[in-house]
Design a protein around this ligand. Structure first.
Ligand SMILES: Cc1ncc(COP(=O)(O)O)c(C=O)c1O
Length: 1005
């Protein structure tokens, strides 16, 4: 029997799953496209690129591709190499039972593979999943505004600190309780370095293991003039329950922001006090941050995480939200008065505010948020309490059991805990833990360093541990420890009533079937690259192989805890090691960072590495200029600001970002660049350039540019969002790149998840090797070992970043092999050039006057002035025309191209390698038909889209009257597609036009 037969899906029934390299055009079709555009060989697609930067052999390290069946066997066998044991590790990354609804939702491709819901009419599915997440979290926390997530708890905390300094102007300090997880503190410090944010840590009291309220008060008093906030935990890293009321009151008295670090799982009915009720003010904590991964999935060796962030938004506080970062989902109405959802408050975000944005975050953890929302609904009111209380009861029980051994004593016998306990072992804890591991138990986490005491064991409990696990634990302890002689009755410390929730959360109790039906309907409201071209330029919406998800969901991977010993996670280390080595080969660079979890975070890693390099050479102060082309993605300038390159003029001297314009070929204006280098010379820290650039054009003078920047000891960041045009063909090392990110959710087939999780692997040059953050992996005598680089700049995410996505990417790379990488990018370029060739006579293209610059994997279409005038005369002003044309694509069953970026009047199209020539031809017919509509029936733009479940969303009013959550009591009555996208794309385009005209008439009357 074949390994394929056991898969939970049948690849033979999936149109794109078995195509070699996931390229669906046949050989003949590829030849036809090449003939049409006049190229003989695929390598001719790269003939305009200087030879000195082309790879001679391609990414050799990847070797031969694995056939599908081999691939299944390979990933299955790898997953089995990890040793899963009875685990009491937890420690901020607890594992709970996952309700069966969650994997069901994770298999709905309309949800997993969809793009960020910037086109709300075609993304109601994603928006409703996020609404369920934010609303259920609002119910648990009492906070009215929960954003659509950040990467994980520690990045949330950084964003919260920055928010606090914006709310409390002229402040730059935040006190951080040392009760937070050490990994979180490391991430926070790494981010804060060389920014104006100053972190002051407050130690935990040695006697109680809790925050010393008096010490906190004195510190606040001492720092009060420049203090923005105090961040503290509800349950600290020793598992102890803090007096959040007293801590919040200290903040209220000092008029600083209180940032509470919560665990949503512990806020269920009968659990801990909701943060909206902390203290004696009537608003509770000002902000909340927390981790939500365990609401939806296993620990996955640390990632993807789910960063929960919330702020109050009510009659007493309507302004603070505007200082926060991240996407919010708001309720509003469409043109016909139907209830619908959209992203709101975007004017704070990087794609609009650029260097003035509140954060650089673009992709967040959207899909995990969706899954967490489903996880909460699936558990319901009683289920949440049951899951939570199971851990609580076990913790109490084991606390008593452990106290019965002579060698163990509760470290803080009088401090309250919830579901984690801490004991002092009178002996060598390492030996005990090692023996436990041999007996199949990950006993817990050694936390000596947190409290400067030896042999401290912390154990965590949840609904996952069953009677067998407990028996195994007790048997082990009985075998290795000695029972106390006295039989005195043992008690656990009580949690004071004021720190517990009063009353019920009131979560709804739906049946599994109701929940599944709801999410199935949501999937149908989106579109997926499974079914058709998803032409979003810059976003690379290609096919996401099922096998990647299958591999990532193997229990051997999902259930590994990042604090398990390395000998038990060898398969994970092997994957990281191989991924590291394969990306060295793909980029041509000697170093690779696997930790960053999104393109924007990759950029930040790059700039922080630049700072470390300059600091090491004594130039930290001097290097304060970053060069960025005007056409750059918003994350680039936002990242520069976040890294500490604030754009400002002081005494007439420019600091921060200097914008570089484009020349007539739509490449970097080299003359301007030379002038800027001549003027700012030694002050240039680096340049950030997207290549191919955001117009789909290769920067042919990249190497010259890099040499120029290097000549003043500046460094070169390449935004690699467009690697899918050049991977396997261009050697970034030869081009002079010092750091580059590879968005895994673009080129490397990770699903977009409706906005995230993303992931980014960063390649670095020799100059930056010593400073690499996170963990590197090496192979020593057949063992894989993680280590830190000598001058590591720290960490950007706990542990190994978004490991589950690394598994997906690894699986994809194994399916490609060396040759596949080259084929993948070449066919992506071929498909785009073919489309461009077929459309360039119908549509003018942008950037203006650069018609002759060779396009690569994407291109930008626009309209003639006459057409804009015609549209304006029919009621749609030029400023709104492009967005409205984007909506016309929805009427043809497609997603819109990227509208108004990087050119305000442009539609950026990127087809990718995933589609057949027939599909590309059908798309061409649609785009041409749209041109006919624009010319002959421009009035329809006023009423587009017509066939989506809702009409055009009134985003202005959704932003004006912010409605950010509801108490969920029933599922909404969801609107249905007027015509199914699949049906629309199967129709003749002219027939769709007829329907559009009828629908337009109907909506105009
Ligand atoms: C050119 C470019 N750079 C950076 C990014 C940011 O990547 P991420 O969304 O993974 O943070 C994007 C994302 O769309 C992009 O297109």
């Amino acid at each position: 029997m074949s390994r394929i037969d056991n898969l939970p899906y049948n690849p033979n029934e999936l149109e794109r799953e078995l195509a070699p390299y996931y390229i669906c055009a046949s050989k003949n079709e590829i030849q036809e496209m090449m003939d049409t555009i006049g190229v003989k060989e695929l390598k001719d697609l790269y003939s305009h690129i200087p030879k000195e930067v082309l790879m001679t052999e391609g990414p050799k390290e990847l070797g031969e591709r694995l056939e599908y069946e081999q691939l299944v066997a390979h990933v299955e066998d790898l997953a089995k190499k990890n040793n899963l044991k009875t685990s009491f590790l937890g420690d901020g990354l607890q594992q709970y039972k996952v309700p069966s609804v969650v994997p069901f939702v994770c298999d709905i491709r309309g949800l997993t593979t969809a793009y960020t819901p910037y086109q709300p009419e075609r993304s109601q599915g994603t928006l409703w999943t996020l609404w369920m997440y934010s609303s259920t979290l609002s119910m648990l926390t009492g906070f009215e505004a929960i954003n659509a997530s950040f990467y994980e708890r520690s990045t949330c905390l950084f964003e919260a600190c920055n928010t606090a300094t914006r709310i409390k102007r002229k402040t730059n300090k935040v006190i951080i309780s040392e009760g937070i997880y050490p990994g979180d503190l490391e991430v926070l410090r790494t981010h804060a370095k060389e920014t104006s944010l100053e972190l002051i840590t407050l130690p935990i009291d040695e006697e109680t293991g809790l925050t010393d309220i008096d010490a906190a008060k004195s510190l606040i008093e001492k720092e009060k003039d420049s203090l923005a906030a105090f961040a503290f935990c509800q349950v600290n890293n020793l598992g102890l329950v803090e007096d959040v009321n007293a801590l919040t009151d200290l903040c209220t008295e000092a008029n600083i922001q209180s940032i509470a670090i919560i665990d949503p799982m512990l806020l269920a009915t009968e659990g801990l006090l909701a943060p909206s009720l902390y203290g004696s003010n009537d608003q509770g904590a000002d902000m909340i941050v927390g981790e939500g991964q365990h609401l939806a999935i296993g620990p996955n060796w640390g990632g993807p995480g789910l960063g929960i962030f919330g702020i109050r938004y009510n009659d007493k506080n309507k302004t603070a939200i505007r200082s926060t970062a991240g996407r919010y989902i708001g309720k509003g109405e469409d043109g016909s008065g139907k209830t619908c959802l959209s992203i709101v408050l975007s004017t704070r975000e990087q794609h609009i505010r650029r260097e003035k944005a509140t954060s650089n975050i673009c992709s967040n953890q959207s899909f995990l948020a969706s899954a967490a929302g489903a996880g909460i609904l699936a558990r319901g009111e009683e289920g949440m309490t049951e899951s939570m209380m199971a851990g609580r009861e076990l913790a109490n029980q084991i606390f008593v059991e452990l106290s019965k051994y002579q060698e163990l004593s509760a470290t803080y016998p009088h401090s309250p805990f919830f579901n984690e306990i801490i004991f002092t072992f009178n002996g060598d804890l390492d030996v005990l833990m090692q023996r436990a591991s041999e007996a199949g138990i990950h006993l817990g986490v050694k936390v000596d360093e947190r409290i400067k005491k030896n042999n401290q064991l912390k154990m965590s409990f949840s609904d996952l541990q069953n009677d067998d696990d407990l028996e195994k634990l007790i048997n082990f302890l009985d075998d290795h420890l000695t029972a106390q002689e006295s039989e005195e009755e043992l008690y656990t410390p009580e949690i004071p009533g004021a720190l517990l929730r009063e009353g019920e959360v009131g979560l709804p109790n739906f049946t599994e079937e109701e929940i599944k039906n709801f999410y199935i309907q949501l999937g149908e409201m989106n579109v997926s690259p499974d079914d058709n071209i998803y032409p979003l330029g810059s976003c690379t919406m290609k096919y996401n192989p099922y096998i990647n998800d299958y591999a990532a969901n193997l229990q051997g991977f999902t259930d590994t805890h990042p604090q398990a010993p390395m000998v038990d996670t060898q398969a994970n280390l092997e994957i990281l090691f191989e991924t590291q080595e394969m990306f060295k080969s793909i980029t041509g660079l000697p170093g690779v960072v696997t930790q960053p979890v999104a393109g924007a975070q990759g950029e930040l890693v790059g700039l922080k590495l630049f700072q470390a390099y300059h600091r090491d050479r004594g130039n930290a102060q001097k290097k304060n200029i970053i060069l960025i082309p005007r056409s750059a993605h918003g994350t680039n300038p936002a990242t520069a600001t976040m890294a500490g390159f604030e754009t400002k003029k002081v005494d007439g001297v420019q600091y921060g970002i200097i914008t570089i314009e484009a020349d007539a070929n739509a490449e970097i204006d080299f003359e301007q660049l030379k002038n800027v280098v001549a003027e700012y010379g030694e002050r240039i820290a680096g340049i950030m350039v997207t290549n191919p650039n955001t117009a789909g054009i290769f920067e042919t003078r990249f190497k010259e540019m890099a040499d120029l920047i290097h000549s003043v000891d500046g460094l070169v960041y390449m935004d690699g969002a467009n690697m899918n045009a050049i991977a396997g063909w261009v050697d970034l090392g030869a081009m002079g790149v010092d750091a580059v990110h590879n968005n895994l959710h673009k080129t490397w087939t990770i699903p977009h998840g409706g906005g995230g999780p993303g992931d980014a692997i960063v390649g670095v040059s020799e100059r930056l090797l010593d400073y690499i953050p996170g963990l590197q992996v090496k192979k020593e005598n057949d063992q894989f070992v993680a280590f830190k680089t000598p001058k590591s700049i720290g960490s950007f995410h706990r542990h190994h970043g978004n490991f589950a996505h690394k598994v997906r990417c690894y699986t994809y790379l194994k399916a490609l092999g060396s040759e596949g990488v080259k084929q993948m990018s070449a066919i992506a370029v071929l498909a785009a050039k073919y489309l461009y060739h077929q459309l360039k006579d119908t549509y003018p293209t942008l950037p203006a006057r650069s018609e002759n610059s060779p396009r690569m994997h994407e291109f930008i279409l626009t309209l003639t002035d006459d057409e804009f005038s015609k549209i304006a005369a029919a009621g749609t002003p030029k400023s709104a025309a492009i967005a409205k044309i984007g909506k016309l694509f929805l009427d043809f069953g497609l997603h819109a191209p990227t509208v108004a970026f990087p050119e305000v009047y442009g539609l950026m199209v990127e087809p990718t390698e995933s589609f057949t020539k027939k599909e590309l031809d059908d798309f061409i017919s649609v785009v041409k038909e749209i041109k006919l509509i624009i010319n002959e029936h421009p009035q329809v733009l006023q009423t587009t889209p017509h066939f989506t479940p809702i009409k055009k969303v009134d985003e202005v009013s959704a932003n004006k009257n912010l409605d950010l959550f509801e108490r969920i009591t029933s599922f909404p009555n969801l609107p249905k597609n007027v015509i199914d996208p699949g049906e629309l794309s199967a129709m003749m385009p002219s027939d769709v036009t007829k329907k559009i005209l009828v629908a337009h008439e109907a909506s105009s009357n």
